[in-house]
Design a protein around this ligand. Sequence first.
Ligand code: GTP
Ligand code: MN
Ligand code: MN
Length: 409
Amino acid sequence: LVTSPRIFSNYTARYACLRASPLVCPNQALAAELGVLYLHRDLEGKAVNALGYQRAISVLKAYPRVITLENFDTEVRHLPYIGEKIQSKVTYLQHTTSSHPEVEQIKEFIRFGVIEECQTIRASERFWSLKTLTSVHGIGATTARNLYSIGLRTLEDMERYYDVPVADDGTLKLEEEEVIYTPNGKRIPRQARLPDLSTKAALVLRNDLEASISREEVEEMHAVVMAELEELQPGCVSTIVGGYRRGKLQSNDVDIVFSHSDLRSGGNQVKGLCRKLVQRLYDRGLVTHVTHLSGFHARDAMRTSHWDSLEKALTIFILPSDGTQKRSHRRLDLIFAAPEAYWTGVVGWTGSKMFERDLRLWAKVEKGMKFDSSGITRRHDSKKFFPKSELEVFEFLGLEWIDPTLRNA
Ligand code: GTP
Ligand code: MN
Ligand code: MN
């Protein structure tokens, strides 16, 4: 464990973007136990209560010592969001402080190594069912509660409910799309529209999509995508962001931010490139489904005078088989930024989610700025700022540099 005092110097800060949060912390087991309470509240739709736990966990992740009853009373309980009563008169901070994990629950963990309520939650059929149902891509907590209320408990129940076709050998079948092959082997799908990932398809692919992705495979996927992009538009640049960039050994998906190295062109090489790349990857059989494609809708066409947002595609991707190993479908998020928005894009998509949440809050409350992956806007006159490096993003917002591997808030 990295426990140098310098790295942990800001652990009492209220904003996650001021705290250095390592991937693995000295109180990992406590964070995991509180994570059960967070997940339980989240699945039950208790958003405010869930956020309270999420914030407390985030603060504990930056605490540099193993928590004991002694340092809990002298220090830990005085940390922000831990055992905190509502004091703030500022309304937008109020909802984040109105709920907090019981101080007694943390003490319980220090004494016994478990929290009683977590034991109860873990023994509950409803909790496991909701957890299982939400493991299917596209099924959120609200849908899961509705499915539960009409009697669904397991993935098998879901298969029947969504009428997933089963093959003769008992395996689940993905509905075949109609494809024509040209003489040189190019795949031309009959349907013009890229296929959405339906709940049916998500159920069929669930084992693939639930499995985590090694750093090696993340890098391989990145290389394959970049090679295709280079054919389409030479000179593009990219950074693998998300959990991979924060040092996670196993990722749940792959996130890549793209732009073009030519800063003077006003982003002409990148505009519309996201869709072109996704179409090309689909034609190659590399992308099989698209769960979201933005930047091309009618409402976006209304602000074409200057391109101020990012184009992104959330896709399902599969590496070509090399004959020796079976390949799995993976989630792949592609984000295209105009050259001047590249670094805000990289910062905005590196995460963690709590780090990003507080980065936006910090910019707004403390700096009068709106931080967005597509740029920074000064609130009083809407002036836009585009930092030229990741460090400049931090400096511009008056933040001390925090390495990506310490943004696991
Ligand atoms: P795993 O993928 O679970 O390994 O972790 P992760 O941190 O990479 O999570 P995820 O891929 O969901 O998100 C990566 C980062 O992108 C997070 O910091 C999110 O805040 C950010 N992000 C995700 N979706 C969006 C989005 O729709 N818009 C913006 N601006 N940011 C997003
Ligand atoms: Mn990710
Ligand atoms: Mn993602």
